[in-house]
Design a protein around this ligand. Sequence first.
Ligand SMILES: [Mg+2]
Length: 211
Amino acid sequence: MTAARFLVVLDADSTLIQDEVIELLADEAGRRAEVQAATEAAMRGDVDFATSLRSRVEALAGVGTDAFERVRVRIRPTPGVRELTAAVHQRGGVVGVVSGGFHEILDSIAPDLGVDRWRANRLAVVDGALSGRVDGAIVDAAAKASSLREWAGELDVPPAATIAIGDGANDLEMMSAAGLGVAFNAKPAVRASANLVVGPQDLREIIPLLP
Ligand SMILES: [Mg+2]
């Protein structure tokens, strides 16, 4: 891996994209309302993220893997995302995404949006349907921060030349690990702790902040 000038790491749900993927999956299980309420509580920081994610994924048990394609076509990229990733590349930077959501969806949308590397949770599948469990270690707040540090190290990017962008309480740790932590479309607790708050839901707002 060659060195980069700088690194931008985005959260996925409600940052890179306008949706919360787990809510779209919960539609497939007929359990949207409860999963949405639990996701909102987790993003506000009211409950432990990993505990909350495990119980929300339990609600998805029995959903067939054919649901992934239906969910993928419903995903709405955040306005300005392709312009932002192109601007990062033009300036010699790298774009990472670290998500408390799922590889099963992110793997098919991240490359198209100009994301260079990404990390997320994996959903366990048994006999063609979700088992209701997360496969492997959960990508929580600490894992998001350590991904940012790990990628910066691999790319020979100093911590000061990293930017983290997110909306949820589980993004705060990576935002404080970064040179610049940007609250985007964010919950009040996240706005209060960020270096910078971007209000409009347009990722082009980030371009003037790039080094
Ligand atoms: Mg989010």
